[in-house]
Design a protein around this ligand. Structure first.
Ligand SMILES: [Zn+2]
Length: 417
């Protein structure tokens, strides 16, 4: 079976120009003796907005790996796919993030729920999961209620998995199941039911993305109770280890943290939990690299800076349209967004200071950063004009992309300072 390494990082590359700069960050980690495998992820939504194809992600990844002589594994992730969107990814991807969030809460057939509860009497009663703290008490009615909420989603994951396996062959790809884009975090008993059901469906899930407590806004720090997050994260690790043994799921099954870039305040707790338990981790990032492209353009000055300002002005003008699809993962206070004519007067340093995620810099503006995060559509509409500038400013862009991924992500999470 194609297996995912213990540590991996999802590196989205919206315009398919930064694969080398991203891979360099993984090479810096490798030089420190830590293997973090790059996974180039791009969702159907991103492809649609940019006007790109999954084959382009594969080509960029392969070219970067060849150019830099990377000999460790790497993967191409069909991110957040569903039954109706998976087809275009079948040739180019070897990693599939099966998104079943939309199916959560769609009730499963009552006889399927009863059959699940009959098959799993061990899920009702006292659940003593090593490492999860206090035992959980559940009743058969709880199990049926949870199965009622999640079984349909797991059945849908099974159908998508079988479609991919039919095309690519069992064991030829890595399976992730995601349910992060939903309203409420999954409790430990819910996660256990989900994993038992995935095992029943024979989905060889290697990484699972639950919804965690708190806000995972795009491109900015975690907003929530860090201690509560740490407690729940450790419970999730314990449930996964327990489910692997109990239900025969792949032994490398690990948590995937989506919208995982820039969550600086939880990297310490995650690193400690992973190190203490020996667990693996997949951290999925995407837009943080696009933001570094804009930072690199601005830092280059001249036409690069002018284009960065144009992107901001365009995003500001189309704020409602750009923010709508991301409503649950951004928190922008419009009164904190500087007007376009003010930004047009900024120097490179002023623009970079507002946009770069340096919480210690008083000029850092998380509202502006989140708006630019969802503003990649503006750059996509510029077409070649954007790509030409990206190439012209390559040295500053690449340096920012690599530094961001390595210093602010791989180092605190995997390497240590
Ligand atoms: Zn996600």
């Amino acid at each position: 079976m194609l297996t995912l390494a213990r540590y991996s990082i999802g590196v989205g590359d919206r315009f398919a120009h930064q694969a080398k700069a991203q891979l360099r960050a993984c090479m810096l980690a490798a030089e420190r003796g830590v293997e973090v495998v790059p996974v180039w992820n791009k969702s159907n939504r991103e492809h649609t907005i940019i006007g790109s194809e999954p084959a382009g992600v594969r080509a960029a990844a392969d070219a970067a790996v060849r150019a830099l002589g990377w000999t460790k594994p790497y993967h191409v992730d069909a991110d957040h796919i569903r039954l109706e969107t998976v087809d275009r990814f079948l040739a180019a991807s070897d990693f599939y993030t099966i998104d079943v969030a939309d199916s959560i809460g769609h009730p499963a057939a009552p006889d399927a729920v009863r059959a699940f509860a009959d098959r799993h009497p061990e899920l009702a009663g006292r659940l003593d999961i090593p490492g999860a703290g206090e035992p959980f008490e559940t009743t058969r009615a709880d199990v049926e209620r949870i199965a009622g909420k999640y079984l349909k989603a797991v059945q849908d994951a099974g159908a998508i998995y079988r479609k991919i396996a039919g095309a690519k062959g069992e064991g030829a790809f890595i399976t992730e199941v995601s349910m992060d884009e939903t309203d409420a975090p999954q409790t430990p008993p819910e996660l256990l039911v989900i994993l038992a059901a995935l095992a029943d469906e024979r989905v060889p899930v290697q990484t699972i993305a639950p919804k965690f407590t708190g806000r995972f806004n795009k491109g900015v720090d975690y907003a929530g109770d860090v201690r509560q997050f740490e407690k729940e994260f450790r419970q999730d690790l314990a449930v996964i280890a327990f489910a692997v043994g109990r239900y025969g799921l792949p032994t490398n099954l690990k948590l995937s943290v989506h919208s995982g870039s820039d969550k600086f305040s939880i990297y310490g707790p995650i690193r400690r939990a992973v190190a203490e338990t020996g667990a693996g981790l997949h951290l999925k990032t995407a837009g943080t690299t696009w933001l570094e492209e804009v930072i690199g353009l601005a830092e280059a000055g001249g036409e690069g800076l002018a284009l960065a300002k144009e992107i901001y002005a365009g995003a500001l003008a189309k704020r409602d349209e750009l923010c709508a699809p991301y409503a649950t993962v951004i928190d922008i206070d419009p009164s904190k967004l500087p007007p376009a004519d003010v930004v047009n007067g900024w120097s490179s340093e002023q623009f970079v200071s507002a946009l770069r995620h340096d919480p210690a810099n008083p000029a850092f503006n998380p509202h502006l950063r989140q708006l630019v995060h969802v503003g990649f559509k503006v750059a996509a509409r510029m077409g070649d004009r954007y790509l030409v500038q990206l190439n012209a400013c390559e040295p500053t862009v690449a340096r920012n992309v690599t530094t961001n991924l390595y210093d602010r992500h791989l180092k605190p999470l995997f390497v240590g300072s």
